[in-house]
Design a binder for this molecule. Structure first.
Ligand SMILES: [Zn+2]
Ligand SMILES: [Zn+2]
Ligand SMILES: [Zn+2]
Length: 254
């Protein structure tokens, strides 16, 4: 399990910002856009979202294989790197299945009309992907993925439960019907944008309240803006709770 990116939509450092976090030399304060790669020794490598930083994330962490892509939602910071999967198509000599909810797939077809429109001129290298709509639990090789509906402001998006792991980025609240899907989660990766409340993301305190209710063994926060410097913020979090950082890796049970 590899955390590829932990930043909010602007990334950290932000263009033109001279704050302490944006100027920090701590590598954990360099946050590319939020994404993870779920991988096991012999199982498939499942990429969650294709961020605008996908190319640099793959280069930085030696990602050489992507067997499937799973989307949380279609905001730009989660989809704008889809074109980069052409390299995986070439190396793997195959198309890559892409899973998402109905809204996300519709948006992908519109944003990437050069891939999906039957009228688009052919010939140039375009990503080879096969879209699949998510309707409940689904399997990718040995991995079973349970979609976890989340409120992201006024929009409903998907988090994912995979074995003992839950990945819940871009959420402002967890709907009542989704809590049972999170029973027994041992590792939780959860949205925590900043201290101040925000209409579409959890604040640090809201994220801590979720941790208190779910009581995972370890909780990692993600999708953070520059308001949360890594070392200083981690120092005041409870035991077992930390900010994730780009390149964080750990084992999970599928
Ligand atoms: Zn986002
Ligand atoms: Zn800054
Ligand atoms: Zn979003």
């Amino acid at each position: 399990m590899l955390v590829l990116g932990t930043g909010t939509s602007h990334g950290v450092p932000m263009i033109g910002c001279e704050c302490g976090t944006c100027r920090s030399t701590d590598p954990r304060d360099k946050r590319s856009r939020a994404s993870i790669l779920i991988q096991t020794h012999d199982g498939p490598a499942v990429l969650v979202d294709t961020t605008p930083d996908l190319r640099m994330q793959a280069l930085a962490h030696g990602v050489k294989r992507v067997d499937a892509i799973v989307y949380t939602h279609s905001h730009a910071d989660h989809v704008m790197g889809l074109d980069e999967v052409r390299r995986f198509n070439v190396m793997q000599k195959s198309a890559i299945p892409c899973y998402g909810d109905e809204q996300t797939l519709e948006d992908l077809k519109r944003i990437y009309s050069y891939i999906f429109s039957p009228d688009a001129p052919r010939g140039a290298g375009i990503p080879q992907v096969v879209l699949s709509r998510i309707v409940g639990e689904f399997c990718i090789g040995a991995a079973t993925l349970m979609p976890v509906p989340l409120h992201h402001g006024g929009r409903q998006i998907l988090g994912y439960r995979v074995g003992s792991l839950a990945y819940l980025t871009d959420c402002s609240a967890i709907p009542d019907t989704s809590w049972p899907l999170l029973n027994g989660v041992r590792i939780l990766i959860l949205d925590a944008l900043r201290e101040r409340p925000h209409p579409t993301h959890m604040s640090l305190q809201q994220a801590l309240d979720v941790v208190e209710r779910l009581r995972p063994e370890r909780a990692f926060f993600t999708h953070m803006c520059h308001d949360l410097p890594h070392a200083a913020t981690c120092a005041r979090l409870p035991a077992g709770v930390e900010l994730a950082y780009d390149g964080l890796a750990f084992e999970i049970d599928l």
